[in-house]
Design a protein around this ligand. Structure first.
Ligand code: NDP
Length: 366
């Protein structure tokens, strides 16, 4: 077969499977197409601008309850998305969600430091839980969330939306296909200019700085390309001494991850510059990259394979919608979630080791 034909055939196969993966096609769904009821907890930027609009367009999900510290805002959102005003809760009466039989899933969209408490209380209310990333602010909390899910016999998923979108899946498939040879190096840079006065700069609520917020995506990417967990990590941080934003969390962090079978990842994350996000996997005979990599939309990717640079031509999806439909299908069909709590625990362990490495100046085992 000609090299050109081989590339096109392979690209066709990869395209089809990237889209299939991203669309969550796979699990068999019951003929009745039951909609799974979600309670959204915390009506902030992500919930109001991304999750609620995405939910309204899903096939298998509907918003049936809201939890907020601000009743006026909650009432407005309830009117907009057709939620019964009787199904508006606050943080005090949150546990009474257990009596609301319309609610199957609690979706935690609170500051990171509140994920563990509200997830564990959610499991005690007998619901499945989807928690935003990062899963928690410590390994112990993340583990306690998994344990609570297991004890309740309910599913736990972490909101790693990139794993549900086709550009990301295409990058992973090319990196793993052998088309760029053996992957040796992974690069990832993610960051944005964090505004002052927000919980993201508060150590207790955030757990850490840009590493916890957007660096987590580079860790996900590196583990997915390498298909294993790093053995050890090294890191350095820098915070501008005269910038009052960075009293509690780092401004910028550079970290390396060493994997058992020959892949090294070199990544950075920062709250000190305007949006940047890119991933790259470099193999012995080519490379594959995404930029932008983690934006809500507008992903672009390309690869250099068999001596030819090709842009990805893929149909974009709503990351949040596909992610929620996937979780709903897992509940309907009782199948495994793509991004389970255990994956969140792994990532928390890696980030804890990175912070330890930055603090001590030593290489730290994961
Ligand atoms: P926001 O600050 O915009 O919203 C957080 C909401 O949590 C608030 O609006 C508030 O809702 C509620 N809340 C309760 N207690 C507090 C408190 N003490 N301080 C601040 N807020 C509180 O954050 P985001 O929506 O940007 O982030 C929420 C979560 O989603 C985080 O874990 C973040 O990492 C994650 N995220 C994930 C993204 C992704 O792409 N997967 C993108 C952006 C964020 P109310 O007023 O209703 O009580």
């Amino acid at each position: 077969m000609q090299a050109g034909n081989m590339v096109s055939r392979r690209r066709l196969m990869l395209t089809a499977s990237a889209v299939t993966l991203a669309a969550g096609i796979g699990p068999v769904v019951s003929a009745q197409e039951k909609k799974i009821g979600f309670a959204i907890v915390g009506l902030g930027g992500l919930a109001m601008n991304q999750i609620l609009p995405a939910m309204a367009k899903t096939r298998f999900c509907k918003t049936v309850a809201l939890v907020s510290g601000h009743p006026d805002k909650a009432k407005k959102m309830a009117d907009k998305y057709g939620v019964n005003p009787k199904s508006i809760y606050n943080y005090e009466n949150y546990d009474t969600l257990k009596d609301n039989l319309e609610v199957d899933v609690i979706y935690i969209v609170l500051p990171n430091g509140m994920h563990a408490e509200y997830t564990i209380r959610g499991f005690k209310a007998g619901k499945h839980v989807l928690s935003q990333k990062p899963m928690a602010t410590s390994v112990a909390d993340a583990q306690a969330m998994c344990d609570a899910g297991r004890a309740a016999g309910k599913k736990l998923s972490v909101g790693y939306r990139c794993q549900h979108e086709p550009f990301h899946n295409m990058m992973m498939q090319i990196a793993r296909s052998g088309d760029i040879g053996q992957v040796k190096v992974v690069r990832g840079d993610t960051g944005f200019n964090c505004q002052a006065g927000v919980w993201r700069l508060d150590k207790k609520l955030a757990g850490g700085g840009p590493l916890m917020d957007v660096g987590i995506y580079t860790i996900q990417e590196a583990c997915m390309v390498a298909r294993e967990t790093p053995v050890d990590v090294a890191a350095q941080v820098f915070s501008s001494p005269d910038d009052p934003r960075f009293k509690e969390v780092e401004e910028s962090i550079a970290y390396t991850l060493r994997f058992p079978h020959g892949v090294v990842a070199a990544c950075t994350s920062s709250y000190g510059y305007d949006w940047q996000n890119s991933f790259r996997a470099i193999g012995t005979t080519g490379w594959v990259e995404l930029e932008p990599a983690i934006a809500y939309e507008g992903q672009a990717g390309r690869s250099s394979r068999f001596g030819k640079v090709e842009e990805f031509k893929l149909q974009p999806v709503d990351h949040f919608g596909v992610e929620m439909d996937h979780f709903a299908q897992c509940i309907i069909n009782n199948t495994d979630v793509k991004t389970p709590g255990e994956m969140g625990v792994r990532d928390m362990k890696i980030m804890a080791a990175i912070y330890e490495a930055a603090k001590t100046g030593r290489v730290v085992k994961v």
